[in-house]
Ligand binder design. Structure first.
Ligand code: SF4
Ligand code: SF4
Length: 311
């Protein structure tokens, strides 16, 4: 199954000011944009001659909610899931980390495919639910709102297109259970599009921001530990109900993680800081930079500008 939530495909997704949907030449993407009420023809079922073929050569981008659902399904932590089932790639060609499903060792098949079909079917990723339909969030010129664009993907091996089964895009999305997935991932897609729109230099995030992006996006269990750390608690002023939700509710945790990312990456201030937290943070950073300078100076016997008594 190729990845049709093509957030990593620069041909399809790199133009924040798109005017019309345009599939690259030679692509299996049909050059026809669909709305929720348009009708499509497709049916995938166990009796189809190509059963499982789409899971034998995977290229699946994982979303934050995909990882959460799969880890809970497998009863492992999201940290363990990342270690066993994911591999990183460059999401925007400027260092923003993305994740793909890692295929079987030395092969291309999904680790979850069995002779009976998908072993994690109820919790399968967004891209698997959409296939053979694809979708992208795109921004029209002059508009701030993201618009969902749908299209069909017709690969030669997939016989599902031959079935006489017509339904609307809206019905297909409901049938495949993608609505809740899209709702849970919406803020994350917004962040990626906003970052891409900014380009490589405008407001370029630091290495630490990318580390936070990785933790907040892909490792909710690790992020939960981070929200319990003294550094986090000294910085953010959460009311007890929200604190409790972060401890107990995975979806609340994921929503909060996206708010924190927007605050750190774009300065959208929705999480209150404790009084004096910013100043304390500044002092800590200044002290750390001073310490590093001292260490470097000692190492290379450099003289700090303004020092009178260095070597
Ligand atoms: S998660 Fe399931 S549906 Fe998706 S590629 Fe793997 S086996 Fe196929
Ligand atoms: S019909 Fe298409 S989606 Fe269904 S199993 Fe065959 S290749 Fe996969």
């Amino acid at each position: 199954m190729t990845d049709h939530k093509r957030i990593d495909d620069p041909e399809l997704f790199n133009d924040p000011a798109f005017e019309k949907f345009d599939a690259p030449a030679g692509s299996p993407v049909r050059p026809q944009q669909l709305t929720l009420d348009d009708t499509m023809q497709f049916h995938c079922h166990k009796g189809v001659s190509c059963f499982n073929e789409c899971c034998m050569n995977i290229d699946l981008t994982l979303t934050p909610y995909d990882i959460l659902r799969l880890a809970r399904r497998l009863q492992i932590t999201t940290t363990q899931f990342l270690h066993l089932f994911a591999q990183t790639f460059d999401l925007d060609h400027h260092g923003m980390p993305g994740l793909k499903m890692r295929p079987v060792e030395g092969g291309t098949a999904c680790q979850f495919v069995t002779a009976e079909g998908c072993s994690v079917y109820q919790d399968r990723p967004t891209a698997c639910r959409y296939y053979a339909m694809g979708t992208m969030g795109m921004r029209r010129k002059g508009e701030s709102r993201l618009e969902d664009v749908y299209f069909m993907v017709q690969e030669p091996h997939c016989k599902g297109h031959e079935a006489a089964h017509a339904l609307t895009v809206r019905e297909y999305r409901r049938e495949q259970g993608v609505e809740h997935y899209d709702e849970m991932n919406r803020d994350w897609f917004d962040i990626i599009v906003k970052k891409r729109s900014a380009g490589p230099t405008v407001g370029a995030p630091t290495e630490r921001s990318f580390q936070l992006f990785y933790l907040a996006s892909y490792d909710p269990d690790g992020f939960r530990e981070f929200t319990r750390s003294p550094g986090f608690q000294e910085m953010f002023d959460l009311d007890p109900a929200e604190r409790d939700a972060l401890d107990r509710d995975d979806e609340a945790l994921l929503r909060f993680a996206m708010r924190l990312l927007k605050q750190v990456l774009f300065g959208e201030s929705t999480i209150p800081l404790k009084e004096g937290a910013a100043q304390r943070r500044y002092e800590q950073r200044k002290a750390a930079i001073e310490q590093r300078w001292k260490e470097q100076a000692e190492k290379y016997r450099l003289k700090k500008p303004g020092d009178e008594d260095g070597e």
